[in-house]
Design a protein around this ligand. Structure first.
Ligand SMILES: [Cu+2]
Length: 137
């Protein structure tokens, strides 16, 4: 049993060595991909401003890159409440929801980590509508 000639033993050793090296690099790459993802999102984040006026959100349609931040400013003399569709449940992007009224002159910021076309509205006056399109990095 297990009588291997010298060449076979070398082949087995080489195979084991290759497995260890492959495993090491696989683990290393696996480990590396986790950390830079979140930090690169922060490094390249840009800030955009959307203001709600009497005649609607300006700009009404905005295209940004994944990880960008949008500041929703209240340009009305009454509170507003930015939230993702559908009104009133806000389920298409539940985190994209101020969760409370933003006072006149106030603002609410949100970082978009999910790609997609996100329709939103003013939860208090749902006829104010807009779209944030988030493209992949
Ligand atoms: Cu709503």
């Amino acid at each position: 049993m297990w009588k291997l000639n010298k060449l076979s033993k070398l082949t087995v050793l080489a195979f084991i060595g290759l497995c260890i090296i492959t495993g090491f690099f696989f683990f290393k790459i696996e480990k590396n991909t986790e950390l830079p993802l979140s930090s690169s999102l922060n490094e390249s984040s840009r800030v955009h401003v959307v203001t709600l006026h009497e005649d609607g959100f300006k700009p009404q349609d905005l295209t940004i890159i994944q990880g960008d931040i949008v500041v929703f400013k209240n340009g009305l003399d009454k509170p507003f409440w930015p939230a993702s569709n559908l009104h009133p449940s806000h389920t298409i992007y539940p985190e994209f929801d101020a969760l409370e009224p933003v006072p006149p002159g106030g603002e609410w910021s949100f970082q978009f980590l999910r790609t997609g076309v996100w329709n939103y509205h003013d939860h208090i006056r749902a006829y104010y509508r807009g779209t944030i399109t988030v493209e992949a990095q």
